[in-house]
Design a binder for this molecule. Structure first.
Ligand code: PGA
Length: 245
C-alpha cells in the first residue's frame, strides 16, 4: 500500500485545520492508500478525535528527544504518542535548515521515537549547493549513516522521505525518473544498516498534476506533500488524481 502523507507545516491555524480535516472526512478517502495527516501541534488532539475510527494516520511534525522535563517549548515523542500519533517526521529540511537541527539531534529524535513506539519518517535531502558541488550522494550518505548506523529498530518500522531541499516548496519537483534512481540508490544504501524493508517516500512540490508520475514508480513507496495538501482544493484534487490513476 502506498503512502500519501500530508505535512501541513504551520500553514493552518486550529480552525483551518479542523475545517480541512472535516472536509476530507466528508469527501471520503480511498482505502487502498495509507493517508497520514501531520497537523500543527495545537490542533493535533482534536484532529485525532475527528479521525478516530477511520483509516487515516496521525503524525507529529517534529519531536523533542527527551520524554519529559525542563525543556520549555518542547513536545516529546512520548507526548505525541500519548496523543494518538503513530508517526513522526524527523529531520525535515525546514527543521535542519531553519532551526539548525544537526544530524546528532536527528539521531536522538529517531531513538526517542523508537523508544515510545512511534514510526519515525526520517527526512533526508541534499541542497542546491550540494548538487552544484557534486556532493549529493555524500550528503545523503552522511544523513543516513548518522541516523541509522547501529540504531536498534527492534520490532518498529521506519520510513524514509527523500526530499531534495531545492524541490521543497519551490514548484520545481525532482523529475520522476531521477526520483526513481535516487530511491533505488537510497534503498541500497539503507541495506548497510538494516535488513528490514524500509519504504522510501518522495517529497518536494508534489501536487495533483504530478503525483501519479511518482506513485507509479516501483521504488517510490509514497509521497510527502506540503503546500498542495494544505487546502481543500489541493487535497481533493490529489485524492481524485489517485483514484483515476
Ligand atoms: P512541498 O513540501 O510539497 O510544499 O514542496 C514538501 C515537504 O516539505 O514535506
Amino acid at each position: 500500500m502506498k503512502y500519501v502523507f500530508a505535512n501541513w507545516k504551520m500553514y493552518l491555524d486550529f480552525d483551518e485545520t479542523m475545517i480541512l480535516t472535516n472536509q476530507l472526512l466528508a469527501e471520503g478517502l480511498p482505502s487502498d492508500i495509507t493517508i497520514g495527516l501531520f497537523p500543527n501541534t495545537i490542533a493535533l488532539t482534536e484532529v485525532e478525535k475527528a479521525i478516530n475510527g477511520t483509516n487515516l494516520m496521525l503524525g507529529a511534525q517534529n519531536v523533542a528527544w527527551v520524554p519529559k522535563g525542563a525543556y520549555t517549548g518542547a513536545t516529546s515523542a512520548l507526548f505525541y504518542k500519548n496523543a494518538g500519533c503513530t508517526h513522526a517526521l524527523v529531520g525535515h529540511s525546514e527543521r535542519r535548515h531553519i532551526f539548525n537541527e544537526t544530524n546528532d539531534a536527528v539521531r536522538k529524535k529517531m531513538e526517542a521515537c523508537l523508544d515510545v513506539g512511534l514510526t519515525p519518517v526520517l527526512c533526508i535531502g541534499e541542497t542546491q549547493q550540494d548538487v552544484e558541488n557534486n556532493k549529493q550522494q555524500y550528503r545523503l550518505k552522511k544523513q543516513l549513516m548518522k541516523a541509522l548506523e547501529g540504531l536498534d529498530i527492534g520490532n518498529n518500522d521506519i520510513l524514509i522521505a527523500y526530499e531534495p531541499v531545492w524541490a521543497i516548496g519551490s514548484g520545481k519537483p525532482c523529475l520522476p525518473d531521477d526520483v526513481e534512481d535516487m530511491h533505488e540508490w537510497i534503498k541500497q544504501e539503507v541495506k548497510n544498516y538494516t535488513d528490514k524493508n524500509i519504504p522510501v517516500l518522495y517529497g518536494g512540490s508534489v501536487n495533483a498534476q504530478n503525483i501519479n508520475k511518482y506513485i507509479s514508480k516501483q521504488s517510490v513507496d509514497g509521497v510527502l506533500i506540503g503546500h498542495a495538501s494544505a487546502t481543500k482544493e489541493g487535497f481533493t484534487s490529489i485524492i481524485q488524481a489517485l483514484s483515476t490513476s
